[in-house]
Every structure is written in structure tokens, then in C-alpha cells.
Design a protein. Structure first.
Length: 100
């Protein structure tokens, strides 16, 4: 498991938490979502939790995700988007539509 954050404080905190809990199968790297510090085709799954919406370079983010994923890899995205002028269609409010 590789965690990436753009702030040294969060990387430090994540490392401390992993050490406190004795978790050994994780590593944390300093980096930006637009330029992931991960080799090409090296990960099975990319999970993004409320980060992509913060980037002004969304196309670059998805290029990076594609670059680091192994063939057949998966992506799971959880983001918050506020568009008060738009209403979420009923067909997208089902558990099946929202499943990862």
C-alpha cells in the first residue's frame, strides 16, 4: 500500500500512525496527484478520497492514474462535487450505480 500526500506534515503523521499500529505493509510518499511518485504500471488499484476535485489539472490526474496502474488495474474515486444547478438523476441514486 502506497499513500501519497502533498504535505510533509501529513506524510509524517501517516508514518507515525502506521508505526504506532505496527502496520508494515504501507509506505507514504511526498508527492502531488498530478505527478505521482510511483513507477509506471506498478499498482493494482488507485483509490482517491476527495482529492481529484481539488486539482485544477484533472486530465493530468487521470493520465497519472492510467500511467501507474497495471494492465487490468482498477480505480475507486470518492469525491464531493457541488453543482446546485444540477439535480442527480434518480437512476444514479441506486446502490448499484454508486457501487465501486
Amino acid at each position: 500500500i502506497i499513500g501519497v500526500d502533498m504535505t510533509p506534515d501529513m506524510v509524517f503523521k501517516a508514518r507515525q500512525n502506521a508505526q504506532k499500529r505496527g502496520v508494515k505493509n504501507v509506505e507514504f510518499r511526498l508527492g502531488e496527484i498530478e505527478h505521482l511518485p510511483i513507477g509506471d504500471a506498478t499498482v493494482d488499484c488507485v483509490i482517491s478520497n476527495c482529492v481529484i476535485n481539488l486539482s485544477p489539472q484533472k486530465q493530468q490526474v487521470f493520465r497519472e492514474i492510467y500511467r501507474v496502474l497495471k494492465p487490468g488495474g482498477r480505480i475507486a474515486i470518492s469525491d464531493v462535487i457541488i453543482r446546485p444547478e444540477k439535480v442527480l438523476p434518480e437512476r444514479l441514486k441506486t446502490a448499484e450505480a454508486l457501487a465501486c
